[in-house]
Write a protein that binds this ligand. Sequence first.
Ligand code: THU
Length: 160
Amino acid sequence: MDTKLKEKNVQVPSNNIHNFLVAESLIDELVKKAFGMRQYAYAPYSGFKVGAALLAKNGDIYGGCNIENAAYGPSNCAERTAFFKAVSEGVREFAAIAIVGGPESGVKDFCAPCGVCRQVMAEFCSPDEFYIILAKSIEEKKIYTLAQLFPEGFSPENLN
Ligand code: THU
């Protein structure tokens, strides 16, 4: 693990044996973008606002926010909003996603992706090479690979 990340208080789970492939400055850019996207969250029912910033391998960043619905079921998470924006524009290869979430009053805890979003990530992302950045602030971050958050997941390869 990059010692610079440790100095910067970025927590990387001890079972993460992978070298982080996304530059530090880019991590901060993704976190900032995720905070920006959180402002657009439409969450009148839960009051829990989430923002995401998805880095495509081509360098483009797709933002997303959660979008709730009076019928509850049609609600969409911030992560899937970002993925579906990208995929609907022909982009299918991704390097990392930053996620920030919390009540309207502010982000106090790390917000991990729900199971459905992890499944969507598994459709398009390599388990060992896709990074999920959870942030409370620019300074406080945790970084996981998809494999760490979605072990033994079902993916397109299982259909072969
Ligand atoms: N939510 C997300 O958008 N992403 C997550 O990682 C966790 C949950 C949304 C769904 C719902 O609109 C609200 O947060 C409360 O669950």
